[in-house]
Write a protein that binds this ligand. Structure first.
Ligand code: B12
Ligand code: SF4
Length: 509
């Protein structure tokens, strides 16, 4: 069969194109090709390097007061944009390839609306010819309801492709009318079944940029984390020999621009759960790289999805640096004692600090991420966390809490309690738990940016006046469209005061 598989466009305030690896889509392509189908995979968000500015949707009115025509180091997001073509245009592209089957891969439920629009556009344009159309992916698996209810969609496939397409051959999947559109995978796939994929995204000027995922599932059970909903609690790892095969075949794909350096981002949720395996894979990649005649200093690794610092120790950190890690993203999630218990996530200050000082000595940068807006969070806990991170030798990464259907408090047929599913984007700063309102969440985000600026003395010196005014008045300022300094229109003054109280600039540590 001729299959067109698509990762749809999406709309948001920002995107990270070098991470739009669509590993799920590429896994499905490899699986179906192995069954003899011809598959064209279109990763729509990457089909144009330009984002298209668009109108903020009506359901996002809550954030309007916090948006401004602003620029500079303390800004929030300013421009709602689209990555990839409009549904109508995308549908025309899909149909121009005359598919026998259309598959759509959705990685996050928050972007589900686009899937419905794309499916409807495919139907409208194809008219009387009804080409079977199925949807799947992590965004579908957690809450298939809206896709089942959409008449333009024939089949809703929940679970991992490795199992779904083993249990249901594509040729046998028929258009189903009514309620039995939903097919759920009966189990999780085994390590042997997991498809190894290395996907190249948009590279930097000096490096090729690729991503992969070695493992799935995590037994740690953090309350806020949706990993278990799609990948289960048992850790599975792609067998090293198959991963090595994929890396070897990647090495045979030369870069048309002649770039030699490669940064490989490991997107796993918790790589450090099996350190022996992780070490073996990194060593294998490195040895294949060097055997292919590539320079030792031309292969780098990142783990942008975050490393659990608790599972690291000093020796292993050194080993990772030796193997090619040049930056560390640590996921702290929660640092505040009151929240740790509730979120079933522990924080060991000493261990984290010891990693940071080791990295600082070696001149290796790090970013430490925390989640803001969890249930039970408060101005005080947010201020404490921001100060803790400010005082440590690391950049601050702030993730505004977003719910995923199936998490505690967001379950059932109406997981978002009547609110629009698009609000579950982190960038929407929606007050899902009620612990902090949108203004406080956005203020926390701006404060994190300000503190990072103040840590970076080179950049800070260019904004000395801005920083000076903010610290003096304990009011956040930003630059307007004409680079004029203006107070941020809506801000949480109490949060600003408690974070900035007692801070001096330039920093003394
Ligand atoms: C890389 C990544 C991204 C990339 C994009 C990846 C892409 N698709 O191009 C980037 C960084 C852009 C991204 C962004 C976001 N992400 Co993200 N991301 C991931 C991450 C770390 C890895 C995804 C991956 O490649 N997995 C490996 C592949 C093999 O798994 P898979 O995609 O699930 O595919 C399997 C199945 O789902 C299925 N399948 C997939 N497609 C299809 C299609 C069909 C037809 C069928 C039958 C089956 C099928 O088969 C595949 C093989 O088993 C996951 C966490 C994780 N470990 O999976 C989060 C994750 C997907 N992201 C998530 C979210 C919510 C986001 C955000 C929307 C969050 C936010 N801040 O608002 C942001 C958007 C921000 C922005 N504006 O950029 C959630 C989604 C939750 C959900 N189930 O709805 C996840 C699960 C993280 C989490 N635990 O919360 N993300
Ligand atoms: S946050 Fe990380 S450690 Fe916690 S359950 Fe999710 S993947 Fe596991």
């Amino acid at each position: 069969m001729r299959v067109v598989l698509a990762q749809p466009s999406f709309e948001d305030f920002y995107a990270t194109p070098h991470r739009l690896s669509a590993l799920g889509g590429f896994s499905i392509k490899a699986l179906l090709e192995a069954q003899g189908h011809r598959v064209l995979f279109i990763n729509f968000p990457l089909t144009s390097d330009k984002q298209r500015p668009g109108a903020l949707p009506d359901w996002a009115g809550h954030i309007l007061p916090c948006l401004a025509d602003e620029r500079g180091p303390v800004s929030y997001f300013t421009r709602w944009s689209r990555w990839g073509p409009e549904p109508e245009e995308a549908a025309r592209i899909i149909l121009s390839h005359e598919p026998d089957f259309i598959l759509i891969s959705l990685f996050a439920h928050a972007y589900g609306e686009e899937v419905l629009s794309l499916a409807r556009a495919c139907r409208r344009i194809s008219g009387k010819v009804r080409i079977p159309l199925a949807v799947g992916g992590a965004g579908v698996t957690v809450h298939p309801g809206p896709f089942v209810d959409e008449p333009a969609i024939d089949l809703v496939l929940a679970g991992e492709g490795e199992v779904l397409f083993r249990e249901n051959r594509l040729e046998e999947l028929r258009i189903r009318e009514g309620g039995d559109k939903l097919i759920r995978a009966g189990r999780y796939c085994s390590s042997d079944e997991m498809v190894p994929v290395i996907s190249e995204t948009t590279g930097g000027k000096t490096h090729r940029q690729a991503a992969t995922l070695l493992s799935r599932g995590c037994p740690r059970g953090c309350r806020f984390c949706s990993n278990r909903l799609t990948q289960g609690e048992a850790l599975r790892r792609i067998t090293p020999d198959r991963m090595a095969g994929e890396f070897a075949s990647f090495l045979n794909r030369p870069d048309p621009r002649g770039i030699r350096k490669l940064t490989l981002d490991l997107e796993d949720d918790n790589l450090l759960l099996d350190r022996t395996y992780f070490r073996e894979i990194l060593r294998t990649f490195r040895s294949l790289w060097e055997r292919a005649g590539r320079g030792r200093d031309e292969l780098f690794f990142t783990a942008e999805n975050g490393l659990d610092y608790e599972l690291l120790d000093g020796d292993f950190l050194d080993e990772l640096i030796g193997l090619g890690f040049r930056q560390f993203n640590f996921s702290l999630a929660v640092t505040d004692p009151a929240l740790r218990e509730r979120e079933k996530r522990f924080f060991s200050l000493d261990r984290w600090r010891s990693h940071l000082s080791q990295l600082e000595k070696g001149g290796i940068p790090s970013v430490s991420y925390f989640i803001c807006g969890l249930e039970g969070d408060s101005r005080e806990s947010t201020a404490r966390t921001l100060r803790l991170l400010y005082d440590a030798p690391t950049q601050i990464g702030i993730s505004l809490f977003y719910p995923v259907p199936g998490l505690e408090g967001f379950q059932g047929t109406d997981p978002y309690g009547g609110r629009h599913w698009g609000l579950s984007r982190g960038s929407m700063a929606y007050p899902w738990t009620g612990s902090l309102d949108t203004v406080s969440l956005v203020t926390a985000f701006r404060l994190a940016r300000l503190l990072n600026l103040m840590k970076n003395s080179g950049e800070a010196s260019r904004h000395e006046e801005l920083i000076g005014t903010i610290l003096r008045e304990k009011i956040l300022y930003t630059y307007d469209g004409h680079k004029k300094k203006i107070p941020v229109p809506f801000q949480d003054g109490d949060l600003v005061s408690s974070v900035l109280g007692g801070i001096t600039f330039p920093r003394t540590r």
